[in-house]
Unconditional design. Sequence first.
Length: 221
Amino acid sequence: MKLYIGNKNYSSWSLRAWLAAKQSGLHVEELIVNIGSDDWQAQRRESDDIMPSGKVPILWDDEVVVWDSLAILEYLGDKVGRERFWPKDDAARGMARSAVAEMHSSFQALRGECPMNIRKRFEGARISDECKGDIVRILQLWAEARARFGQGGPFLFGTFGAADIFYAPVVSRFVTYGIGVPGFAQAYMQTLWEQEWVQQWVTAAEDEEWVIEQYEAAPAL
C-alpha cells in the first residue's frame, strides 16, 4: 500500500491518515508531496486517476484507491479488525464514532482561524467567539470521553484509537496558538503529544523545509 500525504507541518488530514496507517500495523509506503508548490497544483488538476479528489491524503492498495482520512481509517480497520481503532464496548464505540464524525464535519472556525502549523508558536493569538465556541465544544467532548470511558488508560477512550487520531491535529493547534485548557485537557494533550508516532511526525515537521506563507501569520480579527 502507498499513502500520499502533504506537508507534515501543515496537513492535518494527512496526519490523521498517517496515524491510522501506523495504528493498523500494516506496511504502508509514505509518499510526501508539497501541497504549496506549483508542481502539486498542476499535478492535481491534470491527474484525477492518481488523485481522484485532488487532495491528500490518498491511499492506494493495488487497484483500490481510498481518499479522505476517515475513509482511509475505516478501510484499514476492515483489514485488521475494528478493535484496532474503536472501543469494544457499544456505548464507548458509539460515542467515539460520534466524536470522530463531529471532528470530521465541524469546527470550521477553529480550522479556518488556527490552521495547523507545528513549527510555530503564537503568543496572545486573537480568535473569534465562534472559534472559542468550537474549543469549548471540543473540551466538552474530551471531558465526557475521559470521565465515562477513559478508565483503561490516558487516552480519550483509555487506549489509543480513532478518536485520538482525529483530535491529534487539534492538540497541535492548541499548542501552536497557546490555547488555555483545564488540567484534565492539559494532561491528555501531553499524553497525545508525547505518543511515539505523534512525536515522529512532529520531528519530521520541524525538519521540513517547505513553507506555505498563508499559514505563517497569526490569526487576525
